[in-house]
Design a protein around this ligand. Structure first.
Ligand code: ADP
Ligand code: MG
Length: 699
């Protein structure tokens, strides 16, 4: 239950002045809330991006072109225009000179009311020189001298969205900050002092009332404090999840190595050092009586699947069952297909369960599973539906491809039943900072070394106008026996358009290359997709036109050419994933990035990085730098936490501090019962980590 002290902050934003239903929808969009659900606190976290400084108080003769000035003037003659299209002018002066106040499309008697002839007024706005004369067009503020106090000399500029006036947002944000209560201090006193951080409420106020450009920096004390609060809430929440996991009883699982030995003997290669190291870590976790919650991080092609299989075999040796879940149907089938010969060699019983196993077939699988006649079950999320019951599930492996967040992991855990170890595999390397914020609840193994013998992929960028040359080049590639992926543009939020583009490209390439061109896209029926993939794998089709459905994990080692159309529309992580589909076999591979010119700055930087490196970790770091953490990999899809105040690029050092601090806090006060612990509970609620509080004894 949210503590009462926070109620004012969690009241609907509509209770703020100036926010009606229409404005609320715009504000919701701005702060990332659902329409109708914006809260007061959302406006507190919406900090200014700029500042208008009206403290310059020149005389007219001292005013400078292009500067914001606040000037006391005597109002002279009004000159109304003859035509609506011409400006309305008001002559004003002081003892040093004259100036004109200019209005366009005046309605009613606004200028006459705001600037009565003969009165003294203070006007504030941008001074511009027109034919050598100073003028001020539509002053931001006009007040009588006695109302000077009402004129904001420093105005915060908030990020806006179309249709939302700055003044409305300023007023609402000011009111939101006013409502913020004094909260008990959750930060360590000595740390605050060392950093020069103010108490929470003062910091919040200061963040909304910048006094200079320096106060807009993420590193200024007010913003850094708020960011640190947010990071600490994140780390504490993950820490609580972690603690709870550790407390759940696990079961020691230790194989005798007999199945493993058979599979290793059947492998056409030796394990890399990184694979062996990861396996040792996994083995130790599984053998201990606590639960494993481990992340296996490794670039595309780093060989995670074998590690997963060997881990599963250990459990099978000990008489248990294991499950491996893939994010897509295609990938589940591929995992199944690649595990099959190895499982056969070892005499391990393997089965596949996806949305497509229905009726009798499904019933048979479920039966066998419940009777313990299946050792390894591979599938999609269908694996964890209500009616799927294992006899003795000891290890669940999730090939997550960034589609899982902490919450899904928890769900999985509860599905698994007591003692199930969890191993999550992610394909795109994640920068260290993101690993901490997204997976701080897990232990991490990294496959930093690629299997030997990989040849670098020759990567080039070409403008789309040269597509005909590319097609010509394909003739030569096909003559050499190459197989080619041709990935079609991603059309924002429209699978239908994706598909149309892919179908068109397919038709076009068919006119050139005939029946050796295949097609696979997200709208095809599952069986059609499989068939298309199978024909490509078998080499019956030599060019596979695809939408990004092939992004995830597909493995056809004989494919050596990757062509990405409209590469500028893809994110770095995606481009890297796609390129990872080639360079898997013995032959030299290439990747062509076809782009629409002119290239924007970011897109051009992305393509440059792609040409420079194949190091997934470096690409991930660059992606973070180019896009910001919120957007990296698509926050929603990835389950990565989104931060309101913290900027992982800028606040990396604060994140490490928050990580250490959270560990220390939970070591000393795991139930958050001390006075500081109680304040930290408020912090968790403030940043809506309510879920984490449930793990406390008296949550
Ligand atoms: P990913 O990490 O992307 O899931 P995979 O597990 O699909 O990578 O492995 C990619 C390819 O590398 C597969 O064809 C696999 O058989 C091969 N591979 C895995 N480990 C090694 C190794 N140690 N030496 C050589 N090839 C390996
Ligand atoms: Mg894989």
């Amino acid at each position: 239950m949210r503590p009462e002290i926070l109620f004012p902050l969690f009241a609907p934003a509509r209770t703020l002045p100036g926010i009606g239903p229409r404005i609320e929808t715009l504000v919701a969009k701005l702060v990332g809330a659902k329409p109708g659900e914006t809260k007061v606190v959302d406006l507190c976290w919406h900090v200014p991006a700029g500042l208008v400084d009206r403290r310059q108080r020149p005389k007219i003769a001292e005013a400078r072109d292009g500067e914001i000035a606040t000037i006391e003037v005597k109002v002279g003659l009004h000159v109304a225009p003859r035509s609506k299209r011409l400006p309305y002018r008001v002559h004003v002066h002081d003892e040093t000179g004259e100036m004109q106040i200019v209005f366009f499309s005046v309605h009613g008697d606004y200028p006459a009311k705001a600037l009565p002839e003969g009165s003294t007024r203070i006007v504030s706005g941008k001074v511009e020189f027109y034919q050598g004369e100073p003028q001020m067009t539509h002053p931001d503020h006009i007040v009588a001298p006695e109302d000077l106090a009402a004129l904001p000399l420093l105005e915060p500029i908030y990020p806006l969205t179309a249709g939302l006036p700055l003044k409305v947002l300023q007023k609402a944000a000011r009111a939101a900050v006013e409502r913020a209560p004094d909260l008990p201090e959750w930060q360590d006193g000595a740390w605050l002092k060392a950093r020069g951080f103010a108490p929470w409420r003062a910091a919040l106020k200061a963040a909304h009332e910048p006094q200079s450009d320096a106060d807009l920096s993420p590193d200024c004390p007010a913003r850094a404090r708020l960011a640190f609060d947010e990071l600490l809430a994140n780390q504490l929440a993950l820490g609580l999840v972690r603690l709870r996991m550790r407390k759940l009883p696990g079961r020691p699982v230790k194989g005798d190595g007999r199945l493993r030995a058979k599979v290793i003997a059947a492998l056409p290669f030796a394990l890399t050092g990184a694979q062996e190291q990861a396996l040792r870590e996994i083995d130790a976790d599984m053998a201990s009586d606590r639960r494993m919650l481990r992340l296996l991080q490794g670039d595309v092609g780093s060989g995670k699947t074998v590690v997963a299989l060997l881990a599963m075999l250990s459990a099978v040796e000990a008489g248990f069952q294991t499950a491996m879940m893939a994010p897509t149907e295609i990938l589940a089938r591929q995992h199944h297909a690649s595990l099959e010969p190895l499982c056969e060699a070892a005499g391990v019983r393997l089965a596949l369960l996806s949305g497509r196993e229905k009726g009798k077939r499904r019933a048979e699988i479920l039966d066998a599973l419940a009777n313990g006649e299946i050792d390894i079950l591979v599938g999609t999320h269908a694996l964890f539906q209500e009616d799927v019951a294992f006899k003795a599930l000891a290890l669940a492996i999730v090939d997550e491809q960034h589609r899982f967040g902490v919450h899904q992991r928890l769900q999985l855990q509860s599905k698994g039943g007591t003692g199930t170890d969890i191993l999550v595999m992610t394909a795109t390397p994640i920068p260290r900072t993101l690993t901490l914020t997204a997976y701080g609840d897990m232990d991490v193994s990294r496959l930093t070394e690629k299997p030997p013998g990989r040849k670098p992929v020759d990567t080039r960028a070409l403008p789309l106008e040269r597509i005909d040359e590319v097609v010509d080049g394909l003739h030569r590639a096909l003559a050499r026996g190459a197989q080619v992926y041709w990935v079609c543009p991603l059309v924002e939020e429209s699978e239908e358009l994706d598909v149309t583009a892919a179908e068109e490209r397919h038709r076009h390439l068919q006119t050139v290359f005939g029946n050796s061109v295949g097609l696979v896209h997200g709208r095809m029926k599952a069986a059609e997709k499989d068939a298309a993939m199978a024909r490509f794998e078998a080499g019956e089709t030599r060019i596979l036109v695809a939408t990004t459905v092939i992004e995830v994990g597909v493995n056809v080692p004989s494919a050596t050419v990757m062509i990405i159309e409209h590469a500028e529309r893809f994110g770095l992580a995606q481009l890297h994933q796609l390129r990872g589909r080639v360079g898997r076999g013995l032959d030299k591979s290439s990747c062509l990035l076809l782009y629409q010119s002119p290239l924007g700055e970011t897109a051009s930087a992305r393509l440059k990085i792609m040409r420079e490196t194949e190091d997934g970790f470096r690409i991930a770091e660059e992606d973070l730098r180019l896009r910001g953490a919120g957007e990296l990999l698509g926050t929603r899809q990835s389950g990565l936490p989104s931060f309101r105040l913290a900027d992982l690029e800028r606040h990396g050092e604060l994140l490490s501090a928050a990580y250490d601090d959270a560990r220390l806090i939970l070591e000393r006060d795991p139930e958050l019962e001390s006075p500081r612990g109680k304040a930290l509970r408020v912090l968790l609620y403030l940043f809506e980590r309510d879920e984490a509080i449930r793990y406390l004894r008296s949550g």
